[in-house]
Design a protein around this ligand. Structure first.
Ligand SMILES: [Zn+2]
Length: 232
């Protein structure tokens, strides 16, 4: 039986077509149809309903996929070929976004969703990026869905400012009750420039001294990151 392939992208078409035309593939498709009890092929809208209802279909598709030695990205190709006799755009993606759902709490109120991108041997950078952008849209890092704010990047790297590593060092010293003046003195002692010099705006090149006020601000900033409450 010939499978109809409506895949626009030639590269994706090339991944799918030769596989679908193998005798072994046809045999497996026939087997699934018999096991699942399909006598006439389903149109797309009926397929969605059927595939959603039939739990054992998934098991049979997996069985065939393994017999055919195909990567996981071919699951939907097998399923669509068996049920509809046709494969269209979106049924085969060399990289696709998937997710698992758990919760942070025992009542199941606070959702903990893990997203992952499934890769196939034929994957290319652009396929992964496409899946990544779908992820970015979904979790709302760009759109500000509050549930996911906890994974927002909290630190912007700014070369003019002391690094977050420095902030943490100062914060740990402050937490162990070291006075700000002592922390500042420590930085001055470690400075490679030994002659007396300005440590403000006009500090010489290579100077690693920091004002007490800079250290204070750094500790405050880092402290607020440590104490940052979850977004929900
Ligand atoms: Zn210095």
């Amino acid at each position: 039986m010939d499978i109809k392939i409506d895949i626009t992208d030639d590269r994706l078409f090339a991944d799918v077509a030769p596989v679908v035309d193998r005798d072994k593939f046809s045999k497996e498709i026939g087997r699934i149809r018999t096991v699942v009890g399909i006598s006439t092929l389903l149109p797309q809208d009926k397929y969605n309903q059927f595939a959603g209802d039939e739990k054992f279909l998934e098991k049979e598709v997996e069985k065939s996929r393994k017999r055919l030695y195909l990567p996981i990205v071919f699951r939907r190709v097998i399923e669509k070929a068996a049920l509809c006799g046709a494969i269209s755009d979106g049924d085969y993606l060399p990289a696709y976004l998937d997710s698992t759902l758990d919760t942070f709490d025992t009542e199941g109120k606070m959702l903990d969703e893990t997203y992952f991108i499934v890769l196939s041997p034929g994957v290319r950078n652009e396929d992964v990026l496409k899946a990544y952008w779908e992820y970015a849209d979904k979790i709302g890092n760009e759109k500000g869905v509050p549930e996911y704010e906890y994974i927002n990047p909290v630190w912007k790297v700014d070369k003019k400012k002391p690094s977050i590593k420095k902030y943490r060092e100062w914060y740990l010293a402050y937490r162990s009750r070291k006075p700000f003046k002592d922390i500042a003195d420590g930085e001055t002692e470690a400075c490679p420039i030994k002659e007396p010099h300005d440590i403000g705006r006009n500090k010489p090149k290579g100077c690693t001294c920091f004002n007490e006020s800079t250290i204070r601000k750094g500790v405050e900033t880092y402290k607020s990151l440590v104490e940052k409450a979850p977004a929900f």
